[in-house]
Write a protein that binds this ligand. Structure first.
Ligand SMILES: [Zn+2]
Length: 197
């Protein structure tokens, strides 16, 4: 009688539908600074974030609650550890990872929110500091915070994923576009995050 070899799974099973974590086969391979590029990874699993509390890009208390709710609901259950940084750092090699802003300066009329890197991290894939700017007046909602926060940790739209998916494919969770279409991060994005950090 023949012995049937058993396949033993080691580590975490990869169940993701697509690779949508920067870099993919459909993005460049180096993090680019400024708006309009595929978003880069953050520089490690300890994610420090800040919400502008004065000036042009100040978040109102309702927006702050929305950011906290989306982080609590969607990102704390991942392997990323989010920490509020009440003394944000904007220079040097260890800047606060994500700066949330409310505003529309620099956003095309058709765009509700943008995420961009303004300081490279320690590798070509990652970023030391990402900015998230989302319009006010009802646009600062849970699904959009989930979407832009996904970009700030390296998640891409469907057309930059590998294999590519329709940008509205529901398996992209809150990374669908238009960006307020889905509220939940979903298993594909969670698997990509947990495989990376
Ligand atoms: Zn987007």
């Amino acid at each position: 009688m023949a012995l049937v070899p058993l396949m033993v799974a080691v580590g975490v099973a990869w169940a993701a539908v697509t690779d949508n974590m920067f870099p993919t086969a459909n993005t460049g391979s180096s993090c680019a600074l400024g708006m309009g590029h595929p978003p880069c990874q953050t520089d490690n699993r300890e994610v420090y974030f800040y919400m502008d509390s004065s000036g042009e890009y100040k978040l109102e208390s309702e927006d702050r609650s929305t950011v906290n709710a989306a982080i609590d609901g969607e990102y704390r259950p991942t392997d990323l550890a989010f920490h509020y940084d009440s003394s944000p750092v904007f220079e040097g090699s260890g800047e606060t990872d994500i700066i949330y802003q409310e505003g529309s300066t620099g956003l095309p009329d058709s765009v509700a929110g943008r995420t961009w890197c303004n300081a490279r991290g320690g590798t070509r894939y990652n970023c030391d500091q990402q900015y998230i700017r989302i319009r006010g007046n009802g646009e600062y909602n849970y699904a959009r915070v989930c979407h832009e926060t996904g970009h700030a940790v390296g998640l891409q739209h469907g057309d930059y994923a590998s294999p590519q998916l329709s940008k509205t494919d529901s398996r992209l969770g809150c990374m669908v576009t238009p960006s307020a279409g889905h509220s939940d991060l979903g298993s594909n994005n969670r698997d990509n995050i947990n495989a990376t950090y």
